[in-house]
Design a protein around this ligand. Structure first.
Ligand code: ADP
Ligand code: ZN
Length: 307
């Protein structure tokens, strides 16, 4: 490790905690901290206080990278660039995150969604190396997805919102609540497969369901449709599935099977037959992809000083 590699602060902003780290690369993380997500004011001040302490301990920082829950405004021409915008999370609507850190620390600030940060880290250092396009999906408290195409994180009208892809309702569902649970859509992915949706539909928390419970077949069925739609639209070379619900070890093989079943032989590529275990995979960086991706966002901010 070169002594003069720039020191980056990485911040992974989540609904329950902000995970922070300081270092130069994934193999050289000097310190980390976990700060509770409360009000925007208190949370950002606490993160800022931690950064100031880190500067005293480790020296000047070159950039800050932030990957956060959203929706966020990533359009550089927008007046609300760098904001967390219409989140349902109480108090956090229209929070200007980027300006807060830029004004406080006078360094370039990289900013993106937590899942775009995750896909970037998996591409650089994890299970998606050399795989472009690459998709990272988290199935946890919600369902989110980040997409990397042509070496760039995908932004446009907004950023990918993979959790709200529409899927057919599970056929002959055995759930207590058969309906999808998203307040916006009758039959979207998140309404069936995120942890809270599973708990509402089956009356049991996702982590307490046994592996042979019929809920998992339905989760896999819905995920299979989502992955089919993504495969057909974005032509990914690999899709990475992370998040708490994906901790169930039997789920990935079930999802692989459903994806092939739904495709029904339409595409004849190894990734959708004997090579599917290398197409739909677990994260290579475990739970660290959000934080490490935020570090990569900080590095990129140095490269394009426009930030
Ligand atoms: P977040 O999405 O808030 O970042 P997680 O990815 O850990 O956090 O997701 C939390 C959700 O995942 C909860 O709804 C929880 O019930 C579910 N979950 C956590 N661990 C497991 C597990 N081993 N099996 C199934 N569901 C789990
Ligand atoms: Zn929805």
């Amino acid at each position: 490790m070169s002594d003069n590699a720039p020191l980056i602060v990485a911040i992974e902003g989540g609904g329950t905690k902000f995970v922070c780290g300081i270092g130069t690369d994934p193999h050289n993380i000097l310190d980390t901290a976990r700060i509770d997500t409360t009000t925007p004011h208190d949370t950002l001040e606490n993160v800022s206080h931690w950064i100031s302490k880190m500067k005293v301990a480790h020296g000047p920082i070159a950039a800050i990278g932030i990957g956060t829950f959203g929706p966020v405004d990533l359009n550089r021409d927008s007046e609300t660039y760098g904001y967390i915008t219409t989140t349902p999370k109480p108090h956090w609507q229209q929070t200007d995150v980027v300006t807060f850190f830029k004004n406080r620390f006078k360094v370039p600030v990289g900013f993106d969604t937590d899942v775009n940060a995750a896909v970037l880290a998996e591409y650089l250092w994890g299970a998606g190396q050399g795989m472009d396009p690459l998709i990272y999906i988290t199935v946890g408290t919600g369902v989110g997805g980040g997409v990397l195409v042509n070496g760039q994180l995908l932004h446009g009208l907004l950023h990918p919102e993979i959790g709200h892809l529409i899927v057919p309702p599970p056929h002959n569902s055995l759930a207590i609540q058969r309906e999808g649970q998203c307040p916006f859509h009758r039959s979207c992915v998140e309404g069936y497969v995120c942890g809270p949706s599973i708990a509402k539909r089956w009356g049991v928390k996702a982590d307490a369901l046994p592996p042979d419970h019929p809920a998992w077949e339905e989760v896999a069925d819905v995920m299979g449709y989502a992955l089919m739609n993504l495969t057909l639209t974005l032509a990914p070379k690999r899709i990475i599935l992370g998040g708490g619900v994906m901790e169930q070890p039997h789920l990935i093989p079930l999802i692989q099977g459903k994806l092939m079943q739904h495709m029904n032989g339409y595409l004849s590529v190894p990734q959708l037959s004997h090579d599917i275990e290398r197409f739909i995979v677990k994260p290579g960086l475990g739970g660290r992809s959000g934080l490490l991706g935020s570090m990569a966002l900080g590095r990129m901010a140095i490269a394009n000083k426009a930030l």
